[in-house]
Design a protein around this ligand. Structure first.
Ligand code: COA
Length: 563
């Protein structure tokens, strides 16, 4: 079928559906909603069999939905209506939820139901759930709806009358007044629910250090205590704040936009507050906590199970600043000092990595210099992985990855990926040539022609397609919460298998031969020579594209075609 994906942004779910539908041999076009006239022109030109809207913030014009069947993906169970479904479900503490695919009609979310799927809501932030449990349910419901539509015989279920079992509940947008944290009254559970329901957007508006800030992210702190609302400590750029019965870690902040002022963007909390932050102790979590120690939230941690080591990391939005890269490299070196034969990197759910931290770069006094520092730190990390020859390294990609984040994973000997992951192995959308030794790793894995196609077309790739082309070595067909235990189980079997020592020896020999043929340093130099030009030329598209990206503005017209 010819399917038009209509979305307010080509976001993770749209990318995943795009990849999954193409994998099933549908012809898929994408239209980013905005101007109704342009939408009308697109549907009349493309004449799709079906319009599928994975994430739409605006209504489809009646003349479009009456001429073409338009299916809307709604992140709530049948009968649930309104724009803040998932936010409300999380804030109410629900543990079970659903995703419904319904037909567009005059009344929002009120059309007949084509398919729906159930999902669990573990205690995670909204965007993480959206990219994982909700995305899995949305894909299975959307694919079922597409199949039913293609059959030509399926009658969707109206939200009333015979056969209807749902409860219609119209719920308005969840505004900041209802998200507000009352630090003097709210218990940790309540605070965490509010933070998770607003993570990563819109955040919870609050007052901190005399200013108005949106709080982004929230994790329970097991030990530190203080007066409710008091700032207690910092850790890896995050702030710890006391509740009535405990404390929480808040990793990121965004300054409230001044009326008529420029758009603001999220930053690590300590960076955002800068000199406004009162002196606080930095309470680091141990990198390798003992079994009986609960260190609470941390962005980098190491543990072992027999001959397998696990260096787990998770950074908000998958963005890795110079500081993240350096700390992770330090932890990687620690892991290399341990007696293991397999070292697993990542292991978490949600984003593995999306490359250099564009927000931190944008906020730096000299963004070009910070871009350079960040890519250098990233390259140092990737180099350490590429030159590890005394053990096998596995990248365990539990969520999505993009740009340098995919190349970081590809530097490992094996890449294991969750079935629902979407990979964007390209830098083009940021106007960059890219580094992370991709010119060494990518063609060796997928071939020169495929590497050129991936980096040039700049399209998302599903985990299944990535495995087919050799970008990924193994796909784990499991839920987001099961990924880490499944990867750990596999890593244990792998580390104990008799083939490991042979593979380590072969890897050492292959690295030596590759180095003789062309030193790794020369790949890096060549990549960085191009990147240097892109960073240090003020009029290069990268600066305008980065500025638009962090402020959530559309990419300036014409810039992408020049990259
Ligand atoms: N730096 C800073 N923030 C980043 C980031 C990066 N490299 N990559 C993603 N993010 C943030 C986004 O701003 C967004 O923040 P929000 O949750 O507050 O809105 C969040 O991560 C999720 O990204 P979003 O773009 O909404 O998700 P998506 O699934 O629609 O798209 C990507 C995912 C990775 C394709 C897209 O974010 C992207 O192109 N990122 C930039 C990749 C890149 O060019 N890196 C630099 C070169 S190495």
């Amino acid at each position: 079928m010819r399917i038009l994906l209509l979305a307010s942004a080509f976001n993770s779910l749209s990318q995943r559906l795009h990849a999954e539908l193409r994998d099933r041999h549908h012809t898929v076009d994408v239209h980013v909603a905005g101007d109704d006239g342009e939408l009308r022109a697109a549907v009349r030109r493309l004449r799709p069999d079906l319009v599928l809207a994975p994430m739409l913030r605006t209504a489809i014009p009646p003349d479009v939905w009456s001429e073409f069947t338009c299916l809307i993906v709604h992140p709530g169970p049948p009968g649930d209506r309104g724009p803040s479904s998932l936010d409300r479900a999380i804030q109410e503490g629900r543990t079970e939820w659903g995703v419904t695919v319904l037909q567009a009609e005059a009344e929002m979310d009120a059309g007949p139901v084509w398919a729906w799927a159930h999902c669990r809501l573990p205690e995670r932030g909204k965007s993480d759930l959206y990219r994982n449990e909700v995305s899995d349910a949305a894909v299975s419901a959307a694919l079922l709806a597409v199949e039913r539509f293609a059959s030509g015989t399926y009658a969707p279920q109206p939200q009333h009358g015979p056969g209807w079992w749902g409860t219609v509940r119209e719920r308005p947008v969840l505004r900041q007044e209802k998200r507000r944290i009352d630090w003097a009254k709210d218990r940790t559970d309540t605070v965490l629910r509010k933070l998770r329901a607003a993570d990563s957007q819109p955040g919870v508006l609050d007052v901190l250090c005399g200013g108005e800030w949106y709080l982004h992210g929230g994790h329970r702190e097991p030990h530190l205590r203080g007066r409710p609302g008091e700032l207690l400590a910092t850790r890896a750029g995050a702030l710890c704040r006391a509740t009535t019965d405990g404390a929480v870690w808040i990793p990121e902040l965004r300054r409230r936009r001044a009326p008529g002022g420029p758009a603001t963007f999220k930053l690590p909390a300590v960076t955002a507050l800068g000199s406004l932050l009162p002196p606080l102790p930095e309470v680091a979590a141990p990198l390798m906590p003992g079994d009986d120690v609960d260190p609470g939230w941390t962005d980098i941690a190491y543990h072992e199970a027999g001959p397998a080591g696990f260096l787990c990391f998770s950074f908000p939005g998958g963005a890795m600043s110079s500081d993240h890269c350096r700390r992770l490299l330090e932890a990687y070196r620690f892991a290399l000092g341990r007696p293991t034969s397999v070292l697993v990197l990542g292991c978490g759910r949600d984003f593995f990595s999306n490359g250099i931290h564009l927000n931190v770069i944008e906020a730096a006094p000299d963004p070009a210099a910070e871009s350079w520092a960040n890519i250098t730190a990233m390259d140092d990390l990737v180099a350490a992985v590429l030159t590890t020859t005394d053990r096998l390294v596995v990248a365990a990609v539990g969520g999505n990855a993009a740009a340098g984040g995919v190349m970081l994973a590809r530097a490992a000997d094996e890449v294991w990926c969750r079935a629902g992951s979407v990979l964007n192995p390209h830098y083009r959308l940021m106007g960059l040539y890219g580094s992370e030794y991709w010119t060494y790793t990518l063609p060796r894995r997928v071939g020169a022609a495929e590497a050129e196609r991936l980096t040039g077309q700049a399209l998302p790739v599903s985990a299944a397609a990535a495995e087919r082309i050799g970008l990924v070595d193994r796909v784990l067909d499991c839920g987001p919460e099961e990924f880490a235990p499944s990867a750990a189980h596999l890593a244990g079997l792998f580390a104990a298998s008799p083939v490991v020592q042979g593979r380590i020896a072969a890897k050492k020999a292959a690295r030596r031969a590759d180095e003789r043929a062309r030193p790794l340093a020369s790949y890096r130099e060549e990549e960085l020579a191009v990147m240097r030009g892109q960073f240090f030329t003020p009029e290069s598209p990268y600066h305008a594209l980065r500025s638009a990206f962090v402020r959530k503005r559309p990419a300036p017209a014409g810039l992408l075609s020049r990259t």
